[in-house]
Write a protein that binds this ligand. Structure first.
Ligand code: ISE
Length: 339
């Protein structure tokens, strides 16, 4: 619960992202503290909680939800483990920040949507952190202002140094491209209606069989088109850029993220190594806003419906990737809570 107004947060999943959130909540967030860390690998949970005052450690993720010191939950475990924790948190009326994807497939995402809708109030925010990045927020204000007219096309580049061990073809869509799917919906206020995936010859730097890089083509409900270069083993740095091409101008973000470095005969800009560095400010803002809202008894930001809609696009994306065909996105109608 909240102790003297301080929100006790349970972090479920203490991998790379979870451990980073533990550090963020402990050192860079006001109004919150880490009350518990849970991971099926207890040693990993202990490592993440090391040095955090009064922090319980559990190896059973659901056990933390009944800890009286816990007033909110940050879910950072792998996607397939999300539904169980989300359902349990909803049953207990706990606010949740759930790392993307909400769940890996639309069927399970819809079950979460329905469970929250049945409560008649929002408790879950989905961790689509690009919505908190300063550059992306400027693009959004520009699009909303209408100064450049209607947005017609979006160009994305999404490059990682290397894909994590065990990453599969479907994960390239569900864990990586899912960010662009949410960004398109959020920036344009339009639904994605169809996905096509074009696959060039695979890079020799990518794991055998992953089929990396890929080019995704997304069509939207009011006629815009987005292309996404997804290259998860580019080998040299972490790059996420987005350019909006509108009727009377363009706007682009993401090129100038690292510091400018000057030396003998050269001037260059450093490229961040990974998303924890590239989006550090966005993660900080996202978590701070979530904590502030939870302390007020509200939830803001991307909701379960956004998580479901992105999962539906992922489903089409995975099929498009496997078949080479243009695949239409199928979704249910949103419950009243999300209209
Ligand atoms: C990772 O899980 C993320 O969320 C990153 O933003 C993305 O760039 C990366 O490809 C994913 O694996």
């Amino acid at each position: 619960m909240t102790l003297r107004g301080i929100l006790g947060v349970a972090v479920v999943g203490a991998g790379r992202m979870g451990a980073d959130h533990v550090r963020r909540l402990d050192r860079a967030t006001s109004g919150a503290r880490v009350a518990a860390v849970a991971d099926v690998d207890r040693e990993r949970a202990e490592r993440a909680a090391d040095g955090v005052e009064d922090c319980a450690v559990h190896s059973e993720p659901l056990a933390v939800l009944d800890d009286p010191a816990v007033g909110a939950v940050l879910v950072a475990s792998p996607g397939p483990a999300h539904e169980e924790v989300l359902t349990a948190a909803l049953e207990r009326g706990l606010p949740v920040l759930c790392e993307k994807p909400l769940t890996p497939d639309p069927e399970s995402a819809l079950r979460v949507v329905r469970a929250e809708a049945a409560l008649g109030r929002r408790l879950v925010q989905v961790g689509f952190m690009r919505r908190y990045d300063a550059g992306f927020r400027k693009l959004k204000s520009l699009v909303d202002s209408g100064v450049q007219g209607r947005p017609l096309m979006l160009h994305f580049r999404h490059r990682n140094v290397s894909s994590p061990p065990g990453f599969t073809g479907p994960m390239t869509i569900r864990d990586s491209a899912v960010h662009e799917f949410d960004t398109v919906r959020w920036l344009l206020g339009q639904e994605i209606t169809a996905v096509t995936v074009v696959r060039p010859a695979a890079s020799s730097g990518a794991p055998e069989g992953l089929g990396d890089p890929q080019l995704l083509l997304l069509e939207t409900s009011r006629g815009a088109v987005a292309d996404v270069e997804l290259f998860l083993n580019c080998g040299f740095g972490y790059q996420v850029t987005c350019e909006v091409v509108s009727e009377r101008g363009t706007a682009r973000t993401g090129d100038e993220t690292g510091p400018v470095v000057e030396g003998p005969g050269a001037r260059c800009r450093e490229i961040p190594p990974d998303y924890l560095v590239r989006f550090a400010d966005a993660y900080d803002l996202q978590v701070q806003r979530w904590v502030d809202a939870a302390r007020r008894g509200t939830v803001e930001g991307p909701d379960c419906w956004d998580g479901y809609a992105a999962a539906a696009v992922c489903e089409a994306g995975v099929r498009a990737r496997e078949t080479g065909a243009r695949v239409a996105v199928e979704t249910e109608a949103p419950p009243d809570l999300y209209r």
